[in-house]
Design a protein around this ligand. Sequence first.
Ligand code: HGA
Length: 141
Amino acid sequence: MCGIVGIVGNGPVADRLVDALRRLEYRGYDSAGIATLDGGAIGRLRAEGKLGNLSQKLAGAPLLGRIGIGHTRWATHGAPTEQNAHPHATERVAIVHNGIIENFRQLLENLAKDGYTPTTQTDTESVALWVTREPGSRRYA
Ligand code: HGA
């Protein structure tokens, strides 16, 4: 079962997101990831396997940003790979999700008509693309 955390902080939140996910490790997971918002841009790091792999990546490529989300995934749709790990993101939105999007194939078919194509095998990415297509959607400033 996945774990989900979010932090709106006063300083960089990336390490705290990983710490928070560690507290949820007992739930079991196959991959993990975080996304932060820094100066209006979404930064993202994901890794297959245990949180130690994500921590190692973070040590090599720190993520700034005082707002962030994190996820430990137990795959239902798509292999437990880095590419399929959450958060799923476009240039406009990053999302984490627990559960199953039952109609994701219909959503993806609809999105394809407007040129939105997925880069993962997950059901979750359909929601990130759907939100991105919305006319009111814009870069966070
Ligand atoms: N269906 C999504 C989320 C799975 C989940 O909730 N895991 O605990 C996926 O496969 O990524």
